[in-house]
Every structure is written in structure tokens, then in C-alpha cells.
Ligand binder design. Sequence first.
Ligand code: MSP
Length: 528
Amino acid sequence: MGDTLPGMSKRFYITTAIDYVNGQPHLGHAYEKVITDVIARARRGLGQEVFFLTGLDEHGQKVQQVALAEGKDPQKYCDELAASWQAFVAQLNLTHDDFIRTTQPRHKTVIQAILSRLHAAGHFYKAPYKGFYSAKEETFLTDKDRRPDGTFDPSWGEVVELVEENYYFRMKQHQAWLIEHIEAHPEFIYPVSRRNEVLGFLKNNTLEDLCITRPASRLNWGIPLPFDPDYVTYVWFDALSNYISVPAALGDPATAPIQPAQVPQTTPLELWPADAHVIGKDIVKFHAVYWPIMLKAMGVPLPRQILAHGWWQKDGQKMSKTTGNVVDPVAVVQEWGVDAFRYYVTRELDIGPDGNWTDAGFASRYAAELANGLGNLVNRSLSMLKRYRQGIVPQRSDELAPEARTAATAASRHYETFHLQTALEDIWGLVNRANQYVDQTAPFKLAKDPAQAARLDEVLYSLAESCRVLAVLLLPVIPATSARIYQQLGLPKPPERFTEAAWGGLVQGHVIGEPAPLFPRRDQPPKA
Ligand code: MSP
């Protein structure tokens, strides 16, 4: 047998962070999922097989506290919230292949296999710890966290002094190789500013051993240690491992060292190592320091890339429920449509810097770029084809082919290198050129002069084919719009592959469908 059996080649494996279930989804969660979906779809466009994982981080003190405060069993509380998070994911039109919940048996089994293996290999030890503990943030605080007057910031919530025995993961032997690895793989942490921060941290500090447990007497909402039932795994150990527990549960051969004894005998998928972990800037240290060390201890390869995006603010302020300046992604999607939301966040914020949401900025991009830019182009191009040629595609003309090729080549390259904002700029190069072409060629005037019929054919073909090319290139970002353009062109659903953006897909004699506005004009900013 050859090595090209379907499902037996390594897929492009991409993940988001898994979100805490102690609240409702917000703009930050939505942004991370949308850009990850754009990358996943773009990789399919580039011809790769993809596996996209997202999900929920369900254990820990905060979840236990909120559940108890609501008088609910933690699992029941998680089940209820998980249903609304899954509905949220569906509203964002994501193409994820799996949704992990860390309370699922498949995850717990792998975590316990990992813990047993690492314990047997001597990576853990038990020691007493005395310190100041923030229950709200589930973390022990150090003197570095004190304010100049010696107190802790109220954002930590109540801080209490605790002494307890816990298990620790030995870190010292890992520092040198990790620095070498990051230096030898410049692409490992993206963008470079985050890479420099991690390297600076590793070179100027001695890594402290990582506390990986909580006593079950204080926190019973977690996965028990297989070798000491008085303890549960602390959230980060449990949470980070989700990225590998799914491949391990699916029998991925690359995860053999940590596979539990009973792996279902389905056709194994080749996923590991992950190609990209998409996360926010606040959790870079967990992903770029502790996670690689955990994997090295497990005896499995490291992920290829960590993509750290920035944080959104609203009107220049940190979003906070107490001040009321939050953006509710569900409300925006309901009012403006999922594609307007996906477009705005992808176009507005590159992966790396922080972003600022303003309702006026959203409305302005919607009006200028979607309604008047893309929407107007598609609507007038197809309406004129309908009016002047009864919707029948004329003979091929290549007048806009060079611009279409330039847009396709540049956008594919930028999608591949995670420059999603630039990919959209490349595509809008074609939107703007085609709109300008309408103004320059004035087909409504050509239509009045029978001697210009051949010229009108050329113009109408060039415009309709530009719309088709745009639909192919825009599929990763605004998939529903892409599908509507194809439908209005009288074609089946838009193809996944960018190779289909090659000029000349529309054939002479094909009859298009009914033109309809893609982005209705709006006068009001979104209700956020
Ligand atoms: N459960 C942990 C992650 C474990 S990953 C193994 C967690 N959850 S979270 O719900 O607090 O955050 C989930 C993701 O949302 C993180 O990547 C975080 O950076 C991102 N964001 C949270 N607020 C954000 C903004 N305001 N803007 C952009 N992203 C933000 O951390």
C-alpha cells in the first residue's frame, strides 16, 4: 500500500485556547475563534487537510465557587454553560472538527496516563508550600505581586495565607534546552516581540518548580492524581494537555508514549505535533514555557508554532462588566450578521498588537468596505449582466485577469503566513480596482450604443468573473457571503481551494442567478 491513504497523512492541526466556563463568551473569545477559523479555512484553501480544535476549560476553583454559589452541582453547571458556548461557536460559523470539554472521560483518561508516566519517571515531588493565595485567580501570590504599600491589588479578590503540601514539577533541567529550542526555531513564538519577551524571561530568571496540584480537601472539582487520591491536578496541567488528549484519544501514533491503555480502534488520525496554538498574550508563558517542558517530559515532540494575539479594548478602555463597556459578540452577530463581525475583527486587528473596538469604527468599515465596496461591486456587476445580457455570461475576456492573479497570489501567501489583515487588503485591491473599472468603462453608457456590444461583453465578463474570484478568496473570512455570491452567480457552493481563483472559471453561456444586496445599508452603529 502507498503512503497516501485518506486520513493517514499528517493534518494541519490548529487549536484555540480553551475558555473558562465561569461566564458568557465575550469579544476576546470570539476574536480568537474567528482568526483560528480563518487560518483553518485558509489552510484548506491552500490544499492542506486540517484538524481544528476548540473547547472549554471546566475544572478549577472558580467554577466550583460559581456553581456552589448558584446551588448547582459543578458538572450540571458546566453542562448548562457548555450548551450555550457550543451555540456561540455555531453562531460564529466555525469549521472546528472537535470540541473538547475537560470534564469528558476521554480527556480525564489521558491526563491520568500522563500524570502516571511523569510521576514514574521522577518529574514530580511533594513539598509543603506556605504563601498568600488568591482564590479568585486560583494562584499563590509572591512579593512581586504586592503594591508599593505592601498590599495586594483588589483585583486579586480576597488574599489568604495558606500552608499546604502539594506536588511540584521539576523545572531546572529544562531551562537550557528550552532557550536553545526557541533560539533555533525563530518561528516557534509569533510575533517576534512575544518571542523576545519569553527569551528575556528565560535568560534572566531561574524557573521555579511548577505546582501542579491542589489538595482535594480544598478543591475537589478536578482530575484526581492516579497515584495520590488526596490531590487533584491544578487547572493549567489539565488544561494545556487538552491539545494532546484529543489526538491521544483518537489513537494518533505520535502520542504513543502517553496513550491510555484503551484507545478506540478507529482509523487513527495523524495530528501531533500541533502546527499552531492560537492564544492571547496573557497566557504566552504557559504555552511557550510550561507546555513545551511538559511535552518534553512526556517524550513527545513540541508544537511547531504558538501564535499570540493581542487583547481587545472597547473605546480605549479595558472591557469590564462592572463599567458596562463590553462588546457582546452575539448581539453584534444578530444585528449585523456573522460575516460583518468576522470581517471587522480580522480586518481591524493583526495577530500581535492590541486592538480597540469602537462602534463607529465598526459601522464605518461596514459601510465603506462591505456595503459600498464589495456589496456594491457584486450587486451592480450582476444586475448589469442580468439587465443587458439576460444573465447570460458572455465570451471570456481577460482584462482584469492580471489584477485578479495578483490578488490571489498575494492573499494566499499572506493567509499562509498568518497576515490575515494584509490578505484582506490584497483582496480589496481587486474590489477597488473592479469598482474603479465600472466607473471608467461606464457599462451603462456602453449599453446605449449597439456599436459597443462587444466592448460591453468584455466589461460584463470581467466584472462577473472578478466577483467569482473574490468569492473564492474571501471564503476563509466571510464564508456565508462567499456562498451568496456563488449562489447569485448561479453556481454551486464556493470551492475550498484557492486554485479555483484562477481566472476564467465562468464559462460563456452560463446563466447566473438572482442578484440581491449582500450588505444592506445601515444608519445606526451596532448595539454592543
Ligand atoms: N482557560 C484558560 C486557557 C487555557 S488554554 C490551555 C483561559 N481562559 S479564558 O477564558 O480566560 O481566555 C481564553 C482566551 O481568550 C485566551 O487566549 C485569552 O487571551 C483570550 N482573551 C480573553 N480576553 C481577551 C480580550 N479582551 N481580547 C482578546 N482576547 C482575550 O485563559
